[in-house]
Design a protein around this ligand. Sequence first.
Ligand code: AHR
Length: 513
Amino acid sequence: MKNTITIFLLLLSSLGSYGQTTATLTVPAKAEVTISRHIYGHFAEHLGRCIYGGFYVGENNTKIPHTAGVRNDVVAALKKLKIPNLRWPGGCFADTYHWKDGIGPKDQRPSIVNNWWGGVTENNSFGTHDFLNMCELLGTEPYLAGNVGSGLVQELADWVQYVNFAGVSPMSDLRRKNGRDKPWKVKYWGIGNEAWGCGGNMTADYYANEYRKYATFVSDWGNTGNLFRIASGASSSDYTWTETLMKIIPKNLIEGIALHHYSVINWEKKGPAVGFSEQQYFSTMKQALFMEELIQKHSAIMDKYDPEKKIALVVDEWGGWYEVEPGTNPGFLYQQNTMRDAMIAGSTLNIFNNHADRVRMANLAQAINVLQAVILTDEEKMLLTPTYHVMEMYNVHQDATFLPLTVKSTNYTLGTEKLTAVNGSASRDKNGITHISLVNIDPKNKQEISIAIDGANYKSVTGRILASKALQDHNTFEKPNLITPTTFKGAKLKGNSLKVELPPFSVVVLEMK
Ligand code: AHR
């Protein structure tokens, strides 16, 4: 009898535990919202090894293959992601940056101190031409963050003229003298960064009035007719900031309003990037999923002043933030990237897709070697992180038509706390192919998902999955391909019913025709 019970218990545990989740995919006859590709944007600050050693190794480097100093391996990897835009030069650095320091002959550029990030010497060898030419190489749109904190209105107006003006003018002549005839036509302009903090510790009222002044002169006087000005937005749940800006800034002066939110457990005790506990994982995911509430509440405020949704909500800094890797410069914010980061990326991108009517741009912080990076480098070595793979799997949603997917998820519980285990989003691309992205954040339980399809008859389903043995797994320079997407076989289509079995802590993207 004892043996029978033991066998029964063993059998039961080998089956693993299941969560049951239901969902409905609605395919309306006339779907109207497009998921902007700009939701999948990136961020490159003069911080640690993001620019120097990450993107740029210098024109004279003989060890690492490059084009005008920009790493060829990085360009190839980012092109596969189809990165739509790249924000530069900060972050906090932007409000200390004087763009004229970074133009002209490199041996004549001044060296400055990067006060925010480690107090290191910044020799300005990577400046405006280097960045904008690199964007052309990457096939991505530049997003320049202007200096409001310590700059002048004239300085920012000059930068616009320098990069955008085709005719004869002091700044376009200077550009030509520095070797570039054709303007780059930069559309996206940030008017300061974190004005409530490192960008000048301003009050919302004061910044809103400063913004009006700067935005007036951040104009290309009809040259492209296409400038997109983004106001420095709220920190997480500072709803008063958004409300004040919406109230004070006239609609003809603003195209986007930013929001920054990091998935950080506690600013004093961030916890390790790799050796984290389940409790730390849970707390990080709670912060990541909080993005849903943030977007709902900031959008509701924007709706009051802008019911036509003309102004975009631009989440131009998001991602996981942990303690730096042991032995590295604390001012460089270098951290590893595990399956936890894949859970943050997949869930956050699902939230953005589901709010594509208002969230029309976002930037993961940051692209290389800083915070939740998609790429890590070590001299000539380079690796792609789990976050990179999620970004690559999800790029099918870029500029696709949004399809509503409502998920009724079971919970992931830890002690007395709970989070929704499954989240998802869906879209139809220009070839008529539907993609559903699903994330199961529960680290212990698989999920059986029943999706009812309303409004379409699909014939086939295929998919890709990102999963691993342990939540703390990550790619290293020794084992760079430990975590990569593989073919997913856990989806079955029967008429209008789709059954999906998601392993614990996995990201899946399905393709349906
Ligand atoms: O991404 C790192 C820093 O975080 C940025 O420079 C700043 O804007 C934010 O506080």
